[in-house]
Design a protein around this ligand. Structure first.
Ligand SMILES: CC(C)(COP(=O)(O)OP(=O)(O)OC[C@H]1O[C@@H](n2cnc3c(N)ncnc32)[C@H](O)[C@@H]1OP(=O)(O)O)[C@@H](O)C(=O)NCCC(=O)NCCS
Length: 169
């Protein structure tokens, strides 16, 4: 696994974790993690997962929840393979961030891969992983990982679950 050899494990965010020192450099992502992620988890608004290093430090986190997508918002090449339901269901990657101290070591890609495989393993059907990129920089990060833009919503990206299934086979 190369640069991610020192990663210990992923865990569901819980009371045993200390989010107070987490700093990605993007204030809304840090504030969310420190003040809201735990509450969202308890209320079933989102499921936060943390990437822990051997020393117990939190290297990164992401959140997943279910979401709905309008068929006409997806590119025609995807839509023509689908039944004409007005709304289809996807998995929202609400937030994803790596602590500044650990950026550029492959952890972001590792975190994203784990989020994709977690969604694929779920027994709850989902057409795609969906993410709202907060800026061009984040958009490039997701495009590198084969995410495609929604029609007329260039900052909203998706990756079909069937593609992820193929990778995991
Ligand atoms: C964006 C972020 C998740 C990437 O995680 P990371 O661990 O630093 O990235 P990785 O080391 O896994 O690199 C994965 C790929 O993303 C690219 N990448 C890394 N940081 C990036 C950034 N800030 N913007 C765009 N691409 C980035 C890397 O070059 C790499 O691609 P390559 O192998 O083709 O060169 C992380 O830097 C982060 O949380 N940043 C703060 C939050 C944020 O969204 N920042 C601004 C927008 S990118």
């Amino acid at each position: 696994m190369g640069e991610t050899d020192d990663v210990l494990r992923f865990e569901v965010l819980g009371a045993q974790h200390d989010q107070s020192r987490f700093e990605s450099g993007v204030e809304p992502l840090d504030r969310y993690f420190q003040t809201q992620a735990g509450r969202d988890a308890r209320k079933k608004m989102a499921a936060p997962f943390v990437l822990l290093l051997e020393d117990g430090n939190i290297a990164g986190y992401y959140t997943l929840s279910s979401t709905a997508v309008r068929l006409p918002d997806l590119p025609a090449a995807i839509v023509h393979k689908l039944p004409r339901y007005p709304l289809i269901h996807g998995t929202l990657l609400g937030r994803l961030a790596i602590d500044r101290r650990y950026q550029g070591r492959g952890y972001g890609r590792f975190l994203l891969a784990e989020a994709l495989y977690r969604a694929v393993r779920s027994e709850i059907a989902s057409i795609a992983m969906i993410v709202d990129a907060k800026d061009e920089c984040a958009k490039r990060f997701y495009e590198r990982e084969s995410f495609l833009p929604f029609l007329e919503q260039p900052m909203k990206l998706f990756r079909p679950m069937v593609d992820i299934v193929k990778l995991s086979e």
